[in-house]
Design a protein around this ligand. Structure first.
Ligand SMILES: C[S@@+](CC[C@H](N)C(=O)[O-])C[C@H]1O[C@@H](n2cnc3c(N)ncnc32)[C@H](O)[C@@H]1O
Length: 294
């Protein structure tokens, strides 16, 4: 037994003895049996996370707000289709943090696609409203025009970079967006987000991520056939945004029109060289009801 393990055990035994001796004058205890057994281990106290991931928090707020608005606007449709798993999910998520999607699955059933799921992923709990699909966004294993809503928060920028075990493809992001278009019903809605920087900083930071200028990503959406219905740039609060003026740049959720590149540059300047701010382009795009004649 290592010294560390031994000292952990001593620690538990000492705590156990103190715990038991304090029981002697507690006759009204609800649980009467106290065990110290082979599975007893000493865990140091849990520390709270040192910070909130604001970029994720802001996106989550937007997604929850918009998804629940959309579902309540189409209440009859989601009542008849969205919450009955036997009819299959009406929504697909690609690569978002699962903690984003689990609360949404209360409102509508979801397929969750992720390149990291094993081929034999366990799907034993369809009553949770989530079916996990292994696969790549560049080749979504679903039929044409089969999903009403697709969500993808902070994942598209990774498609095709191989970081998560998916196939290398410099056009992976565009191919993924095209696939989303293919599987959406006419009038279907795509809600998503990608990280953004100023025009002069946009790049592929291989194999970590792509960083887009917002207009570039908007162009990708439009070139793939989407109509962009709504967009926001979310800027995570930063320790350097200290003066009231600078704070008003971020606010709670920093809204800007897409054309205001200079605002993004201003925020970057405040953060300083090598200290890129966390900024996100959040969008709602729509597959048009009637396809344009080409
Ligand atoms: C930034 S992470 C999102 C957070 C992560 N899903 C979680 O729950 O913590 C990006 C996710 O996108 C997935 N991903 C990356 N490339 C993908 C691709 N080409 N197709 C499908 N999923 C992909 C990754 O496996 C990863 O889970």
């Amino acid at each position: 037994m290592s010294n560390k393990k031994e000292s952990d055990l001593n620690h538990i035994e000492a705590d156990f003895e103190r715990f038991m001796s304090s029981l002697e004058d507690s006759p009204a205890l609800y649980l009467k049996i106290v065990e110290l057994n082979d599975t007893s281990t000493y865990a140091p106290p849990m520390k709270a996370a040192p910070h909130v991931d604001w970029a994720y928090a802001l996106q989550h707020r937007c997604l929850l707000r918009d998804f629940s608005n959309i579902v309540s606007h189409h209440r009859e449709y989601f009542k008849s289709r969205g919450t009955y798993m036997e009819r299959g999910p009406a929504c697909l998520d690609i690569g978002s943090q699962h903690s984003f999607i689990i609360p949404l699955s209360v409102l509508a059933n979801f397929y969750v696609l992720d390149a990291q799921f094993p081929d034999d992923v366990f799907n034993g709990y369809p009553s949770t409203g989530i079916i996990m699909l292994p696969g790549e966004a560049q080749k979504i294993p679903l039929k044409d025009k089969s999903m009403s809503i697709v969500t993808s928060m902070h994942a598209i920028e990774h498609f095709g970079l191989g970081r998560y075990g998916d196939s290398l493809d410099p056009h992976g992001d565009v191919r993924g967006v095209r696939e989303v278009y293919r599987i959406l019903t006419e009038g279907g809605i795509f809600i998503g987000s990608v990280p953004v920087v100023s025009k002069k900083r946009e790049r592929v930071d291989f194999n970590r991520t792509r960083l887009y200028y917002p207009e570039t990503f908007r162009r990708i959406l439009m070139d793939c056939g989407f109509q962009v219905k709504y967009e926001e740039i979310l800027c995570a609060p930063h320790a350097k945004f200290s003066s009231p003026d600078e704070r008003s740049l971020t606010g709670e959720i920093y809204h800007t029109e897409i054309k205001k590149e200079e605002d993004i540059e201003k925020i970057e300047a405040v953060c300083g060289e090598g200290n890129e701010p966390d900024m996100v382009y959040y969008f709602i795009a729509c597959r048009e009801k009637y396809e344009k004649e080409t």
